[in-house]
Ligand binder design. Structure first.
Ligand code: DP6
Length: 353
């Protein structure tokens, strides 16, 4: 019988964005980033990996039921090769272990959300792939979660952050070989249970410019991105870490919204310019800004923080007590936006299931 393992991994949404690579093949970023991992009820990838000596040679992979070619090179191949190397190291130390590193692999992955919505499917997808194959290979005692994140990073940069739950930093690192470019936990999800996330699906159409291509164009052409990397992100990482440590929603909200706006400004500064937000996205920004202004003027704090990735959908972070009000207002002003199904509590990282 084949050896098998199944793992799931959630989506993460950055509050300090990753945008730009200093090394494209290794997926090494131009800056540190920080994200919040969502729960797995609505947005997660579930991946099963199996290995059997008796199967015909060659690895195979299915995504949402459709076979994808793994190829001789590329992101999938790199992740699988790295995991095999770790397994081989184990087998060399303990000759009683089955030689799984030499067996063909079969991997099946599915998302519980439409891939077309552009909701960080590559992040949860590569995180689930790395967790399931590492579980199959029984690497947990020899390879740490941060080391696994370094492997997932080579599948998709943002995937490295989905190995952990709660609040997660991707340390960009300095080494040319990427050995110090990995994810670390900033705080577990239990640290700030009142903080919740809400995803407002403005459009489930596939996004225009894929993030991989978009960020390279920004690196090549945007002076604003160069300034963001040098002068904006280091201070913001610091502000964000302090806000999370202190559970300071005022400061967390300001830094989150400023970073989203700075990222989208860099997209606009790219040539040719990249537009990810649309009119509805901008109207949601205006609504949240007005809510926060009015609430602060009345002596209460910020109500919510918005952030947008490489697409028009809004992710709102808010203290739990504000969620009913936000839902009511967004539904009132944006009757076509769909977020009934995508109300998310903060969640745990990748795990075996
Ligand atoms: C805007 O991780 O999808 O969501 O590394 O090329 O696969 P690749 O890019 P990807 O980029 C994510 C960009 C972002 C910001 C973020 O998640 O930090």
């Amino acid at each position: 019988a084949p050896h098998t393992a199944t793992c799931s991994a959630p989506v993460n949404i950055a509050v300090v964005k990753y945008w730009g690579k200093r090394d494209v093949p290794l997926i090494l970023p131009t800056n540190d980033s920080l994200s919040v991992t969502l729960d797995q009820d609505h947005l997660r990838s579930l991946t099963s990996a199996a290995a059997d000596q008796a199967w015909p040679a060659g690895d195979r992979l299915w995504l949402n039921g459709v076979e994808e070619s793994i190829g001789e090179s590329g992101r999938l191949r790199t992740c699988i090769d790295e995991l095999r190397r770790e397994r081989r190291a184990l087998e060399e130390k303990d000759s009683s272990l089955p030689k799984l590193s030499t067996f063909p692999l079969r991997i099946c992955s599915e998302n519980n959300f439409p891939t077309a919505a552009g909701l960080a499917s590559s992040a949860s997808g590569f995180a689930a792939l790395v967790s399931s194959v590492s579980t199959l290979f029984e690497l947990s005692s020899s390879v740490s979660v941060s080391e696994l994140s370094r492997i997932a990073r080579q599948g998709s940069g943002s995937a490295c952050r989905s190995l952990f739950g709660g609040f997660v930093a991707w340390q960009g690192g300095e080494a040319a070989d990427g050995s110090d470019s990995l994810a670390v936990e900033v705080a577990p999800r239990e640290h700030w249970p009142e903080l919740q996330a809400l995803i407002c699906v403005v459009s489930d159409a596939k996004k225009g410019t894929p993030s991989t291509a978009g960020m390279q164009r920004s690196v090549a052409t945007s002076p604003l991105l160069a300034a963001r990397i040098a002068n904006v992100v280091p201070q913001r990482m610091d502000t964000m870490r302090k806000a999370i440590a202190a559970r300071d929603f005022e400061s967390f909200a300001d830094a989150t919204m400023q970073d989203s706006n700075n990222f989208h400004a860099c997209c606009l500064d790219t040539s040719p310019p990249i537009f990810y937000m649309n009119d509805v996205s901008r109207a949601i920004v205006a609504l949240v800004e007005e809510l926060n202004r009015a609430s602060r003027a009345a002596g209460s704090g910020a109500v919510a923080a918005y952030t947008y990735d490489a697409g028009p959908n809004a992710v709102l972070y808010a203290p739990k007590q504000n969620v009913p009000l936000i839902l009511q207002l967004v539904r009132h002003y944006f009757p076509n936006a769909d977020f009934d199904d995508t109300f998310n509590l903060l969640g745990a990282g990748a795990n075996a299931s």
